[in-house]
Structure formats: C-alpha cells, structure tokens
Ligand binder design. Sequence first.
Ligand SMILES: N[C@@H](CCC(=O)N[C@@H](CS)C(=O)NCC(=O)O)C(=O)O
Length: 268
Amino acid sequence: MSTASFSPSTLSLSSSLFSSCKRISPSFSFSVPKPHIFRPQFRRLKNLRLVMSAVSDPLEICVKDSVTTPGRLGDCPFTQRVLLTLEEKHLPYDVKLIDLANKPEWFLKISPQGKVPLIKLDEKWIADSDVITQALEEKYPDPPLAVPPEKASVGSKIFPAFVSFLKSKDPNDGTEQVLLTELTSFNDHIRENGPFINGKEISSADLSLGPKLHHLEIALGHYKKWSVPESLPYVRSYMKSIFSLDSFTKTRAQPEDVIAGWGPKVMG
Ligand SMILES: N[C@@H](CCC(=O)N[C@@H](CS)C(=O)NCC(=O)O)C(=O)O
C-alpha cells in the first residue's frame, strides 16, 4: 500500500506531494509502522492564541484518484471539503488514492457504498462529507469551523442549479436563470455578511461551497463558455478569496480532471 502523509503545519508540503503518491495496491494493510507527527495546534483562550503541541498519527482518508494523471488527487468536491477541514484544523493525514473506475476489494469491504471520501476515526471508517466534517468538528473543536444553523445552508442551492444548467441542452429551459437567481442571493448574503458566509472567519459552510464553486467555474467555462457575471462582484471576490487559500490550492482538483469528470453528465 502506498500513501502520502500530510502535515498541514509543514507548509512546504504542497499538492506536488500527490504526484509522488502511487496507486494503492489491492493488499490493504495497516501493519506499516507510521511515524508520530508533531504538529502545532491552536487554541483560543481569553483572546490569546496559545500554541500547544500535540502528538497525533495522521488520519487515514480514502480519496478519488485522478483520471487524467493517476497518482494525483482526483476531482471530488466532497473529498476536497474534508481535506480542507483537515487542513484548516491543522490535522495531519494520509491519503489513499482510490481508482473509482476499478475499486479495490479492500476498499469495497470498508466502504459498502463504494464512495469517497472515507475517513478512519477512532478505528472506524466513516463515509459522507456531512457526517465526517461533523465528526471532525466534535473531535477536534479548535479552531472552530461550525456555523449557526441559519447560515449553514447559505449557498447550498448553487450546486444543484449549476448541475442542471451544465446538463441542459436547451438554452431556454430556465436553468441558467435559476443558477443566476441562486448566485444573486449569495451575492447579497456576502455583501451584507462577508467576506465569508459566517462573517470574518472561514467556516464549514465555506469549505463545503468552495470546491463546488471551483467545479462550477471550470466546468461551465469549458462546456458553456460561461462565467459568473461581473454584476455579481461579491460572488467573484468570494471565489477569488477561497480559491487562493493555502488549504485550497493544496487540495484542489486539476482542471483537466474536473472537465473529464463532468464530461459524461454533459454528453449524457
Ligand atoms: N454525499 C456524499 C457524496 C460522495 C460522492 O458522491 N462521492 C463520489 C465521488 S465525488 C463517489 O465516490 N462516487 C463513486 C461511485 O458512486 O461509484 C458525500 O458528501 O460525501
């Protein structure tokens, strides 16, 4: 088995690390001794940020392998959401690249639905980015990424609207207008509450939406020559800010994979 260790506190580790990942062999074993990784953890205490040291094994996470460049991270926005959460919480992790077109036996054993992301927490494999990010928040509350319930679903209708518009073959079926309506509502929210969904600090809602906006930008740009209009400057600046976060550049999918990933849906 081949994995790559990520320690977010080590900024020199970059997405190029993925290029050093090899496909995982079908023999899944945890017997390989892993080094302990020392990492800084930040805790808020009376407005002071105290650096505390902690020791932790990297968390194991199954992610999609690239279809265009096997051995690198693939194009799954749900996986990126979890990787972003690990990065923002300064948690080290080991990625296991899964070829979703040819899922290994061992993966299907631990993931009955055969989906990524899948993470091992407290010796149990957990699926689904909603469940995983909630579990990470509970187990590793610092820095906090939770959002108040009234903001948790801000921007959540953008992704389904984008998918409908992307798949649409009829320019007059209203799907573009639905997407514009959702983006306009998001533009208004950021103008009034920004720069992030929950205000000044990044939150789990941004880490969920950011990867989806990345797919929107690449897929609609490629397949429809469409981009977020200039009349929505808050959406545009929000995208720019999220896409330029260190955690984002380190965990984003390659544009070629995003294009290849949406191909069957566009053609279908
Ligand atoms: N609701 C799940 C969706 C996960 C998902 O759809 N993952 C896709 C890749 S982006 C997958 O593993 N597909 C493999 C398959 O369906 O065979 C989540 O939020 O984690």
